[in-house]
Ligand binder design. Sequence first.
Ligand code: 5AD
Length: 484
Amino acid sequence: MPTYSLITFGCQMNEHDSARMREVLEAAHYLPASAPTTADLVVLNTCSVREKAEHKLRSEVGRLGRLKRRRPGLLIVVAGCVAQQEGERILGTLPQIDLVLGPDNIRELPELLAALEAGGPPRVRTEFDLDSPQFLRARPVPGQTAPTAYVTVMKGCDERCSFCIVPRTRGPERYRPSQEIMAEIAGLVGAGVREVTVLGQTVNSYRDPERLLQPAVSRRPWRHTPEARLREDESEFSALLREIATTNPGLVRLRYMSPHPRHLTWSLIEAHHELKPLARHLHLPVQSGSDRVLRRMVRRHTVAEYEERVGALRGAVPGLTLSTDIIVGFPGETEEDFAETLELVNRIRPTGLFGFKYSPRPHTPALRLGDEIPETEKRARLSRLFALSEQLRQAHLASLVGSTVGVLVEGPGEREGYVGRTERNEIVHFGAVDDPTGQVLQVRVTEAFKNSLAGVLLDPARAAPIARARTTEPRARHDLPVIP
Ligand code: 5AD
């Protein structure tokens, strides 16, 4: 039987798409290869959110091209956002590639591969499923399924952030029927999943296309958002979360990503207050702390609106931790604008911060702004931002030493012991005599590292020592928050 290897770049949505591609390939009798160099088929699931991510694809295709000269039967597929963005052009610049596959065409993979195996010519399939959107469902296997899973509830993006390629690579917003979402989650929980992360490019703009949800409307005013804009805010996302949390008693944690600040509604804040499984952590990208820059980014919110909503959420959920995304060196960003970003970070004190140098993307409106910031200045601003966020993270992790935290165990650590996460998204390493994967255990925190904690199980009968908890730390799960 033919073997495949799948290499994933980018965000959680891409990880999710890769998991679905694996299922589609295995249903078509492909087997996972023991190494990419021995595979009959290599699928590169790509990211185009920043130029660096695109460079990675080119070097990977170069490497595979050399392999293909030795093994002409090797099939190379480029999937994901670069595929969607570049379409036919990829075949022109990278002739080693056999198939260019957009994110909405995953289901067609087996028949496209069969045509290639029969000697057919290279193909490009990058059609958005605008008329009847498809959401591939996970096929969990009890006993083999990880305790955490992603579930897509919407795809595409109707925002028009001027720096962002995603509306082009993922198309307009399309929502998944709530019944289909509920059925997928029930299946996952039945197979042992304990934590679900609900995914979508602007996940909290969700609306149920079948109108089965009872939208929670809470019309309390915001001080900083004009009345006229409030109507746009009311999505049905909080109703969806409520439905998920209340009908799945086996689900111990619920997360979502990535929300847009303008859809962080009162009803969503109330859901955070009331729904026990909803994690006490939120990833809420802000991008800049300067209103002038936010306007040029077309973010559709101000700094004051962002802070008012974060403040309200923290009022409703004491101790909630926040993470965010920031772009430095956006066209025209002055030293004063950047200083305002540092001040905002100091005020909101995120425990996770994903900082990026602005990267000009094809077809995006920001290209027309001009006023490029020199690379050296972008780099200098990014390192100042990271120095501050490191300091905030260290202070937060150090403050937890000596406390007891509930950890959902995700599995064995990279070197020894086990690793899991708290509801506030801190990573915790500990030793155990038996495999506690999928359980929520109480751990006393003994040590803080750069990105994680170590501790001992509170139950002495189950605790085991670990010599050296960490030398290499796991990649943060939101290395590239959705979404991308
Ligand atoms: N340049 C730099 N960073 C970007 N992001 C999106 N587009 C760009 C770009 N052109 C960042 C944003 C987003 C995260 C996923 O990637 O911060 O929230």
